[in-house]
Design a protein around this ligand. Structure first.
Ligand code: PMP
Length: 371
């Protein structure tokens, strides 16, 4: 039967990578490595596992989680040196993006973002019945190909625009923007337009490129910075992210969100993760070495790649990447095809452990030699 129901039919679904077990069952193989979702190849801090294990139990499961996330917010407030009233907790930072769209968009209201920006921006916008204004990205001849063109984005802001999404670094490109350029952009945005700076990959950036969110939050009440525990902290399964903003905006987001949008295990895990800065340092160092190795390997294969400040590298096959993606799958290496982003000749590989990076490069060279 046909479903007789109006709905956001223009909405393209977010297509996450399939779980390894599902893919392996389909292909009839085992032992694959997953470099498809920009997860931490080290897993998470052992302190997280210990904290979660000691929390688990009947009483713990029976109680509702702390709806306001007092303790996690207090830890985050201390970590960032800001007031807890500026924090909104989300079920992943994805949740914060959706809450922003829900709170600020609607019929006749628009959101601005770039071509090749994170896939959730158009979805959150459409699901909130908002209009998408998509800016052309920087050209292939620029020093940041496929990156955000902040001038082009600014040019799209008019009276109907309520929200701007900026991903820094961006996924799936890895490209970044300069801190000064971002502040100049922010200065030009009307105060009643909320600018979201999505910093899911913040910790992977070299120091000199990091935007001083704390200073900007004081100067620009229309700024929201989002962060996640899914990447460098290695607890993507727990679904914890957060927004930093003016307390007034945090208040609005807190009214829109579900009261229990983080579960109790997630709160325990996130607090333990935040406390282990050595694990973050180790993860960032591994990523640096891995990126250098991947670049070297791709150079040897004569393949181009985009500049990245994240934990992944997007490379250019110079032809339809789908057969290469499929062949890599059969070699037991799962990367991310980007045709859905309008980048059919590119693939995105997460930086893995040293062993995983070698397996990826070896498989890629075999696949390319065979095609
Ligand atoms: N923003 C960007 C740029 C991302 O790449 C991701 C994860 N793919 C997210 C936000 C959302 O991550 P999470 O919901 O796991 O915090």
């Amino acid at each position: 039967k046909q479903l007789a129901m109006p709905g956001p039919v223009a909405l393209k679904p977010y297509t996450p990578g399939k779980p390894v077990e599902v893919l392996e069952r389909e292909l009839g193989i085992t032992g694959s490595i997953k470099l498809a979702s920009n997860e931490n190849p080290l897993g998470c801090s052992p302190a997280v596992t210990a904290a979660v294990q000691s929390a688990l139990g009947g009483e713990f499961f029976a109680r509702y989680p702390d709806a306001a996330g007092h303790e996690l917010k207090a830890d985050l407030a201390a970590y960032h040196g800001i007031e807890a009233e500026r924090i909104t907790l989300g079920n992943g930072s994805n949740d914060i993006l959706v809450l922003l769209a829900q709170a600020l968009l609607g019929p006749g209201r628009a959101a601005v973002f770039s071509d090749y920006a994170f896939a959730v921006y158009p979805i959150a916008t459409a699901a909130a019945s908002g209009q998408a204004r998509i800016a052309k990205a920087l050209g292939a001849d620029s020093d940041m190909p496929y990156g955000h063109d902040l001038d082009a984005m600014a040019a799209l802001i008019d009276d109907t625009v309520r929200l701007v999404f900026v991903a820094n670094p961006n996924n799936p490109t890895g490209t970044w923007i300069e801190p000064d350029a971002f502040e100049a952009f922010l200065r030009g945005v009307p105060q009643d337009v909320v600018v979201v700076l999505d910093e899911a990959y913040y910790d992977y950036q070299p120091e000199e490129w990091r935007i001083d969110a704390r200073r900007l939050l004081d100067a620009y009440p229309n700024l929201v910075v989002t962060r996640t525990f899914s990447k460098v902290y290695g607890i993507a399964a727990m679904r914890v992210g957060y927004g930093l903003s003016h307390p007034g905006l945090a208040d609005i987001l807190n009214r829109v969100r579900q009261p229990f949008n983080n579960n109790a295990v997630a709160h325990v895990a996130a607090r333990a993760a935040l406390a282990d800065s050595d694990f973050v340092d180790e993860s960032v160092a591994l990523n640096q070495t891995g990126l250098a190795r991947l670049r070297q390997g791709l150079d040897q294969l004569g393949l181009g790649y985009l500049p990245t400040h994240a934990n992944f590298l997007t490379f250019d096959l110079g032809r339809d990447a789908a057969p290469v993606y499929e062949a890599l799958l059969r070699e037991g290496v799962i990367v991310r095809p980007l045709a859905g982003y309008g980048m059919p000749q590119h693939l995105r590989a997460t930086v893995g452990t040293a062993d995983e990076n070698e397996r990826f490069l070896t498989a890629l060279s075999r696949v390319i030699a065979a095609s």
